[in-house]
Design a protein around this ligand. Structure first.
Ligand code: ADP
Ligand code: MG
Length: 144
């Protein structure tokens, strides 16, 4: 599915809709450049799960866990990861293969450990359409 948003609020609301539909064990890979709206999307998603705690990018901790919603949310931002060994250290497998939902910012940095099936959310700008325009492609991908 391809969506177009023209404000942070619209991206938040798309995230919220997907958060409402999410089920345990799902993994969402959020692709896109710095400042494109991955965290805004995650904040909406968290709201859709029923989380009221503020959601910020967990850049210095790699993962932030929220237990308050309908399903646990694990929000990864692996932008500053050195190597995949750091994912082992934080016990990522319990998050990826548990009963929660994972949202991963910068998934391509850890592609060797990504599960075969995931929902990819790719957010792109197009300055010809204005500063606040985003094209958001959501698709389930299977296999390596
Ligand atoms: P990322 O996590 O991808 O680095 P953020 O979500 O932290 O990016 O920031 C996105 C920035 O872009 C915010 O400052 C937000 O206000 C702005 N923005 C402008 N238009 C949009 C839009 N359509 N969707 C999402 N964010 C937008
Ligand atoms: Mg971010």
């Amino acid at each position: 599915m391809v969506y177009e948003t023209r404000s942070p609020k619209e991206t938040f609301e798309l995230g919220e809709r997907l958060g409402l539909e999410a089920s345990p064990g799902m993994i969402y890979c959020l692709e896109g450049d710095l400042g494109v709206g991955k965290t805004v999307f995650t904040q909406g998603f968290a709201k859709g799960l029923g989380i009221t705690d503020p959601v910020t990018s967990p850049t210095f901790t790699i993962v932030q866990q929220y237990e308050e919603g309908r399903i646990p949310l694990y929000h990864f931002d692996v932008y500053r990861i050195g190597d995949v060994g750091e994912m082992e250290e934080i016990g990522y497998e319990d998050c990826f293969y548990g009963d929660g939902v994972c949202l991963i910012e910068w998934p391509s940095l850890i592609d060797e450990i990504l599960p075969e099936t995931a929902v990819w959310v790719c957010i792109e700008k197009n300055l010809e359409q204005g500063f606040d325009y985003r094209k958001i492609t959501v698709e389930e991908r299977q296999g390596p």
